[in-house]
Each structure stands twice: as structure tokens, then as C-alpha cells.
Design a protein around this ligand. Structure first.
Ligand code: DAT
Ligand code: MG
Length: 140
């Protein structure tokens, strides 16, 4: 086996729509393990660090604003190849094209002009997961 940990974030749209439980249900149903969980209001400093790879892109400012628009739920999730596996559960970035059966495909709304309402974030590599988990779970 290849046990990994990943960072999952239920974005403000997911929390506001009451979908945190449904998203966690899908994660646990897949067999992944919830290791830690936090409900928090992310500040700009945390989000700037989290999204540093996207700085300067046209969607960066709206994304960082949207992520501050309400509470988010950050989860540390463990499992065999969970980094790739959660990305598969989440579906592609754009909810319109995300496959049915995925979180974004089943539950996501299309992007508005200024917001990125695709319900969840999942780390995209082992390096990203380690970096992001350190930001969102600073005490381990
Ligand atoms: P993902 O969340 O699938 O890893 P990403 O890391 O490329 O996608 O982008 C981070 C977030 O930014 C994504 O969840 C939604 C938003 N975003 C990405 N590409 C976008 C685009 N072309 N237009 C608007 N928002 C976008
Ligand atoms: Mg990403």
C-alpha cells in the first residue's frame, strides 16, 4: 500500500449549502480516514500562501475573495493513494464538465463571473499536500 495524507477543503459554498456532511460521507464511503478537521474563517495571509501558484492569474483575486466569504472546513484525510483518489472523487475543476458521480459533477454549480464555486479543494501532489497541510494544520 501507499498511504498518503491530503488536504481537503470544503469551500464557503459547500459549507453555506450544508454539504459538509455529504462531502465527508463520500470521503469515508471510499474508505479514507478523517485524521483531523477544522472549521475556520480563512484570512488573506493563509489564502495567499495556499494559492501562491495562482498569483497573477485572472481568477486569483476573485478566488481569494471568495474563499474569505464565509467559513470553510479543512480536513486532513489519509488513505491509499488518497491524493489522486480524492481528486477523482472531486471531479474536474469546472462543475459543468465534471463527471456525474463526482462531488463537483453531482453537487457543484457552474462558475459565476467572479466566484469559483466548485465546493472543494484537494491537494494535487505529495509536495502540495505536505505544504498545504502545514499551512492549514500548523500544529500538526
Ligand atoms: P483545482 O481546484 O481543480 O485544483 P486549480 O488549482 O487549477 O483547480 O484552481 C484553483 C481554483 O481556482 C479552482 O478550484 C477554481 C478556480 N479556477 C481555476 N481555473 C479557473 C478559471 N479558468 N476560471 C475561474 N476560476 C478558476
Ligand atoms: Mg489546485
Amino acid at each position: 500500500t501507499d498511504i498518503e495524507e491530503t488536504l481537503v477543503i470544503v469551500k464557503p459554498d459547500g459549507v453555506a449549502r450544508g454539504l459538509t456532511g455529504e462531502i465527508l460521507r463520500r470521503i469515508e464511503a471510499k474508505g479514507y480516514q478523517l485524521v483531523d478537521i477544522r472549521l475556520l474563517q480563512a484570512d488573506r495571509e493563509l489564502l495567499a500562501a495556499h494559492y501562491e501558484e495562482h498569483e497573477g492569474k485572472p481568477f486569483y483575486e476573485p478566488l481569494v475573495e471568495f474563499m474569505q466569504s464565509g467559513p470553510v472546513v479543512a480536513m486532513r484525510v489519509a488513505g491509499n493513494r488518497v491524493i489522486e483518489g480524492f481528486r477523482a472523487l472531486a471531479g474536474t475543476t469546472d462543475p459543468t464538465s465534471a463527471a456525474p458521480g463526482t462531488i463537483r459533477g453531482d453537487l457543484g454549480r457552474d462558475w459565476g463571473l467572479k466566484v469559483q464555486q466548485n465546493l472543494v479543494h484537494g491537494s494535487d501532489s505529495p509536495e502540495s499536500a505536505a505544504r498545504e497541510l502545514g499551512l492549514w494544520f500548523p500544529r500538526g
